[in-house]
Design a protein around this ligand. Sequence first.
Ligand SMILES: Cc1cc2nc3c(=O)[nH]c(=O)nc-3n(C[C@H](O)[C@H](O)[C@H](O)COP(=O)(O)OP(=O)(O)OC[C@H]3O[C@@H](n4cnc5c(N)ncnc54)[C@H](O)[C@@H]3O)c2cc1C
Length: 505
Amino acid sequence: MIDGKSPRNKRVVVVGAGLGGLAAAASLRAEGFEVRIVEKNDRIGGKLNFREIEGYGFDLGPSIFTLPQFFESIWERAGKRMSDYVGLEKVTPHWRNFFEDGVVLDLYEEMDRMKAELAKLPGDPETLWKQFEAFLAYGREQYALVDEGYFREGLDNLWEMLRYYGWRLIFKMDHRHSMSESIANHFEEEHLRRIFEYFIKYVGSSAVDAPGYMNLMPLIQFDYGLWYVKGGMYNLARGLGRLLDHIGVTVSLDSEVASIDRNGRRVTGVTLASGETIAADYVVCNMEVIPAYRKLLSEPPAFLQKLKKFAPACSGIVLHLGTDRIYDQLAHHNFFFSKNQHKHFDTVFKQGKLPEDPTIYLVAPTRTDPSKAPAGHDNLKILPHIPPIDPDKPLTHDDYVALKDRVIDKLERMGLTDLRKHIVVEDLLTPVDIERMYYSNRGSIYGVVSDWKLNQAFKAPKQSSKYKNLYFTGGSVNPGGGMPMAVLSGQKVCDRILKQEGRSS
Ligand SMILES: Cc1cc2nc3c(=O)[nH]c(=O)nc-3n(C[C@H](O)[C@H](O)[C@H](O)COP(=O)(O)OP(=O)(O)OC[C@H]3O[C@@H](n4cnc5c(N)ncnc54)[C@H](O)[C@@H]3O)c2cc1C
């Protein structure tokens, strides 16, 4: 029993210690459940992961922390304060954007600085500023709408959305236009169009295929800040681990789940690869929905076919470089834009091919945290988005290496002079590694793709349609990928289980 909550004498087993699994475990324990997490890897965090190589500290997964309120609520529910476990610091500027025509533009949370940046662009500064303000006002309206229902109530499908929002779903939520069309309706200026389209990075999808209301994403940064986890992103996992320890969640590492066991329409627990069985009243699965139904439940092809619309978001090559010099022109977060971003989206998301000229995300964390590289050296993480693995036409390692070379060529061309010559440490993760490390669906980085035509930007529901006491959490269920969404899904799974138990949260 913790903090006055009555014990429920109910056991929950959580499969996977990614952020969704950790958030679900903490929330359920805070509500009095007996909780055990079983994780196949030797550490918690899932894609929130790190690697130390010769004095360089690389965050292998997320590097941008947003929406702190969705993390703070995990600690609040357990009667604790997040700030006692995890330190956050603001990152300024948010992003630096590099274009092939030489334009460099920063994004600032401080509106006076943002306004000054816009004056660097071609066109009348006052007009650009008015368009920028109008775009933020529209994004803020979309954020408020999506936040009050889809996020806060944990809505899971069109029917729940209609019941909650009524006419506002049809007339207020921007789904008539694509994200990209709504951006074009607000801005004529090409650089701004490209920058705001690339906010789709947060969910690894295409701005051409995602609905307009996804333009809420800039608001996440401008209104709630962009943060770094003090000491490195992995300190978030460490902080969550300490919380679980303090409230009494059992965590078993190096424990791969081989099957979720069932009896009719109910699951009864899990069996580990070691042969150990763990009985449970509820199973919360942080392994993604499609691999879990296929591998842990061996569902028939007809059932798996129904899940096809929950196709994977993009994957990536993740290149970690230690360099023996510092590139002073870089900010903490940088984007090097494709000459033709719509072609990039089309190549990756429609044709399923490696892009010739991708938009590239580059993180240089020493701008905020010098401890991440030896003095006078730099730590660069480079991430172009690419298609998930196609099992029918898998690419070779050489294909990924060729893309890596194109990316380095582009960065050298765009100002990181002689980058190749200055590399002293190199580490490359391909989609094959990402799939192997986290069992993500075809190496997806952000769970399920947000595509209006395919799935109306819904991810899979949190409660299994087949087994009443089986729930899913993480990037493959609503509200989707990205750290804040993954932890939100875990908390909403807890709310749904409480409802099933006949108790409200
Ligand atoms: C390179 C990269 C960059 C990213 N950048 C950002 C960013 O800047 N900001 C942001 O917010 N998000 C970012 N993300 C996305 C973010 O990391 C994910 O959306 C989020 O961490 C996923 O959490 P999850 O709950 O889905 O679990 P996952 O991280 O997918 O973890 C699932 C866990 O389950 C375990 N597991 C799976 N199957 C089994 C099994 N059978 N038995 C036992 N354990 C099992 C896995 O080992 C893993 O630990 C990035 C991701 C990557 C990879």
